[in-house]
Design a protein around this ligand. Structure first.
Ligand code: SAM
Length: 426
């Protein structure tokens, strides 16, 4: 099937069925053989998600009545057509004819002329994309803009701009295999330009690179993980002989990093999503690491654990993922304003419950990839207020030592948006 038709199916799955891009895209990429085509399919789908409101407006302005029901997929196809005209170097005649052909392949023969006509009109008129309101200007839903304005009055626009950048590729050096310097030298020998990040194992690649081009990737020399996420294991600081809980572990990036730093621990990795837990096992296998995997609820530990209390707990809580919009632009359309309160309630239930299972003197590291205070500093402030034996320890990395936790904003030192708070039990 034509690549634009596959792209329309992906966008349909995300916008109409609520699937994430990271699930819907690989499903359609399977139908393509060349790496170049797979990359173009990804570029079209990610691109449409980044600038959806402006494309939507352009298409709606060209139609007398909106496409509904089963025909909705042709609206999504038009978004892809429009994206090619404004944001790619694909010659317009090729973009238009391929998109019209996709309409035929999607079995909407009767709409081929409509698709062709609309895209030709857009191409002929060369009208700038609309910036008539803030959603259009920032390609971001109004509720996110409102929350960011409240949380970051002086730099919300910068945060939104950073959330539209293409993210860099970070590697995590496996310190059990080689030193970071050794790996940097190996990359250099392969003409792959890279530099060391601030955290102990992080490596920033100048250009995203196919993992199969990376020396010894399949043997576990390195893993792909954003620089911000790599702080988790170092801030948790596992020590030999300890019993550690990774409370929301899947797909296991941080689980593996904890074990790379200190393999002589008993690590219990839990997730309530059985399918995602399989990916933890795959990651452990690639790196030849071992953890006790449990399919269970971190807000109900006694149902799956009757052992000792833990020395350390990593709580990488389920969250809005508003810090990683640059990697997952579909988040802007999949998340809803009401989700934030619901997520905050889930987070507080999990943190309260995990706290009970922490030894006195133990450390709980709370982490999210959110940039919203409701899930971060306000969440921890409320936890401290209701938990007399909890003490917050400022992190050396945080600029403002008075702040409740360390909020990293998207693009800061090339990292994703992330939040960390380290809590000690008296
Ligand atoms: C942010 S992700 C974790 C990412 C992971 N720590 C990593 O570094 O790869 C949050 C995870 O929490 C899991 N989760 C959500 N609610 C949970 C609960 N009540 N108990 C256990 N896991 C839960 C989700 O399935 C999801 O895999």
């Amino acid at each position: 099937m034509n690549l634009r038709a596959l792209a329309a199916k992906v966008i349909f799955q995300v916008l109409e069925k609520g699937l994430s891009l990271s699930v819907a895209l690989p499903d359609q990429q399977r139908h393509l053989h060349s790496g170049k085509d797979k990359a173009l399919l990804a570029e079209l789908c990610y691109g449409v998600m980044r600038v959806l409101p402006q494309l939507d407006k352009q298409i709606s302005d060209c139609m007398s009545k909106p496409l509904k029901g089963k025909q909705r997929i042709i609206h999504q196809l038009l978004l892809i057509g429009c994206y090619q005209l404004y944001f790619t170097r694909i010659p317009s005649h090729a973009a238009i004819s391929e998109t019209a052909e996709a309409c035929r392949q999607l079995k909407f023969e009767g709409l081929v002329k409509v698709v062709n006509g609309i895209l030709r009109n857009i191409q002929r008129q060369e009208k700038p994309l609309s910036c008539d309101n803030e959603t259009l200007q920032y390609n971001t839903p109004a509720w996110i803009i409102k929350r960011l304005k409240a949380a970051y009055p002086s730099n919300w626009q910068h945060i939104i701009a950073q959330s539209h950048q293409r993210p860099p590729m970070w590697l995590r050096n496996n310190q059990q295999r080689q030193s970071r310097n050794d790996y940097l030298n190996r990359l250099q020998a392969e003409n792959i330009t890279a530099s060391a990040g601030h955290s102990h194992d992080s490596i920033l690649l100048e250009k995203p690179t196919d993992v199969m081009q990376l020396p010894e990737f399949s043997h576990g020399a390195v893993s792909v993980q954003d620089g911000a996420a790599q702080w988790a294991a170092s801030l948790l600081a596992p020590k030999a002989g300890e019993l550690i809980l990774d409370a929301c572990a899947a797909p296991g990036g941080k689980t593996c990093h904890i074990l790379e730093i200190e393999s002589n621990i008993e690590l219990v990795a839990v997730d309530n999503d059985e399918k995602r837990l399989e990916r933890v096992q795959q990651n452990l296998d690639r790196l030849s690491l071992d953890a006790k995997l449990i399919h269970g609820d971190a807000a109900n530990i006694s149902t799956w654990w009757n052992g000792d209390k833990f020395d350390r707990i990593l709580l990488d809580a389920p969250c809005s993922a508003t810090g990683v919009i640059r990697r997952h632009p579909d988040i802007k359309w999949l998340r809803k304003n009401n989700d934030i309160e619901e997520l905050a309630n889930i987070q507080s239930a999990i943190i309260d419950h995990c706290w009970h299972w922490l030894k006195s003197g133990g450390t709980l590291l709370y982490a999210t990839c959110s940039i919203l205070p409701q899930e971060n500093s306000e969440q921890i402030e409320a936890f401290l207020a209701r938990t007399p034996d909890a003490r917050l320890v400022p992190l050396v990395q945080q600029e403002d030592k008075q702040a409740i936790g360390w909020q990293i904003t998207p693009g800061q030192e090339n990292m994703d948006g992330f939040y960390y708070a380290r809590l000690i039990k008296d």
